[in-house]
Design a protein around this ligand. Sequence first.
Ligand SMILES: [Zn+2]
Length: 83
Amino acid sequence: MSAAAMASKGIEEHYILDGEEVVITDRLEVSCDGGGGVLGHPVEYITLEKGGEAVCKYCDRHFYHVAHPRVAEIRQKGEPFAG
Ligand SMILES: [Zn+2]
């Protein structure tokens, strides 16, 4: 986990859904480094709209704002993942 992610006090939930890594967050600006290590990539800053979604262009990780309509479904079907 990046230092920026650890500093955040808000919601950040990681799930695996249909083989994809999905992050639910209440932030409108997130950063992704692919998890660091061999799977990591340069830090990418991603802007989310309220209720919106975005995909990291490097690692295809999906980010959903907590107000997104799919969040309930993701929490129900997703496999919690300590990302
Ligand atoms: Zn990424």
